[in-house]
Design a protein around this ligand. Structure first.
Ligand code: AMP
Ligand code: ZN
Length: 112
């Protein structure tokens, strides 16, 4: 399968790794939108939020806990944002489930 995030998860292509365990990898976004912009992904290929099932859903809770830990490590004491883009209208460009951890500046609402 030609999935860039699977290749990052398999170490077939390089990334600026922030965290890794047997199920999850986190790395800096190539095109950062904030001083801290980390992508957190399951190593298992799940195309989007729409492909979550009773069997694979627990990875999302784990990813949120890892996001909180990374935010703490990066001293994002004033807060941060976790974003998941799903599908065309959601702005998803990579079809492998991922969560953006954004911090280090004041976030606007609503997003564009
Ligand atoms: P999304 O638009 O939610 O699908 O987010 C995809 C994100 O992946 C974008 O923020 C890209 O900058 C980022 N991205 C794409 N390729 C890479 C890569 N090889 N390494 C790190 N980030 C990437
Ligand atoms: Zn993939």
């Amino acid at each position: 399968m030609d999935c860039i995030f699977c290749k990052i998860a398999n170490h077939e292509i390089d990334s600026e790794k922030v965290y890794e365990d047997d199920e999850v990898i986190a790395f800096n976004d190539l095109d950062p939108q904030a001083p801290v912009h980390v992508l957190i992904i399951p190593k298992e290929h799940i195309s989007s939020t729409n492909e979550l099932t009773l069997e694979n859903k627990d990875i999302v809770g784990k990813i949120f806990m890892i996001a909180s830990k990374i935010a703490s490590d990066r001293s994002l004491d004033k807060g941060y944002r976790i974003v998941n883009n799903c599908g065309e209208d959601g702005g998803q460009t990579v079809e492998h489930l991922h969560f953006h951890l954004l911090g280090g500046r004041n976030m606007k609402w609503p997003p564009g």
